[in-house]
Write a protein that binds this ligand. Structure first.
Ligand SMILES: Nc1ncnc2c1ncn2[C@@H]1O[C@H](COP(=O)(O)OP(=O)(O)OP(=O)(O)O)[C@@H](O)[C@H]1O
Ligand SMILES: [Mg+2]
Length: 218
């Protein structure tokens, strides 16, 4: 099976980046060279004359393969709004074809590529395509990050169902238990019972410098 992975989540701010960095580390511990990609990002900041995204920087800090920034994050937008709206406001159209060509460049330089989505699974990228269409285009196995909190059971089950319906393999899901939800154990048990794919780990609240890899298996 492919070592590449597409990381999605039940929502924005659920821990996709934090978990992606840990997945890169786990793949490296298996002896693989790893590249990372954040194809589409909004909420970016100017670094000199280039808009850069903090997620993309965090991922590439952990990754082995250092290709030009435009390869790792081809679409970077300043406003922290939905990507298709940010692109529209910028007079741009997000092209899956372009992302695929950048992915191929990364793929040719590393044993594994970890790709972080934007927001959740059905986030639109342009008039027609969503994050799901991007993952399908790249034909990547998917890891779903679930932030354990009230409402996450519904979000997680809907997302898992949609991933499976897209024909991609749901490699597993991660219980990111960082919000100190009082019902966390029962919620995680309910998810384990209802999602056929394996739970790759339960990640507690970490310190800023701590990394999540020791709580995960891949
Ligand atoms: N297990 C954890 N322990 C402590 N803090 C966490 C944990 N998981 C995530 N966080 C923090 O929560 C915030 C959101 O996490 P992260 O940026 O990884 O989410 P995301 O899903 O990638 O968000 P986005 O949709 O913006 O890409 C960050 O400040 C991150 O450090
Ligand atoms: Mg992120």
């Amino acid at each position: 099976m492919s070592n590449h992975v597409f990381v999605t989540g039940t929502d924005t701010e659920v821990g996709k980046t934090r978990i992606s960095v840990a997945l890169i580390k786990l793949l490296q511990q298996k002896g693989l060279t790893v590249a990372a990609m954040k194809p589409v990002a909004s909420g970016c900041e100017w670094h000199g004359k280039v808009l850069k995204n903090n997620d993309a920087l965090l991922l590439s800090q952990q990754a082995d393969c250092q290709l030009p920034y435009s390869c790792i994050n081809p679409y970077a937008f300043a406003p922290a709004i939905a990507p298709h709206l940010a692109a529209e406001q910028n007079g741009e159209n997000i092209s899956l074809e372009l992302i695929e060509s950048r992915f191929s460049a990364l793929q040719s330089q590393a044993d594994a590529v970890v790709v972080e989505g934007a927001g959740g699974w059905l986030v639109p990228l342009n008039e027609h395509d969503t994050i799901a269409d991007l993952a399908v285009r790249l034909q990547l196995p998917v890891v779903l990050v679930v932030a354990i909190k009230l409402g996450c059971i519904n979000h997680a089950l809907l997302t898992a169902k949609a991933i499976t319906a897209s024909g991609l393999s749901l490699k597993g899901w991660v219980a990111n238990d960082f919000l100190r939800d009082e019902q966390a154990s029962a919620v995680i048990a309910a998810l384990k019972q209802r999602i056929a794919a394996p739970c790759l780990g339960i990640v507690p609240t970490l310190d800023d410098a701590e990394d999540a890899s020791r709580y995960l298996t891949l």
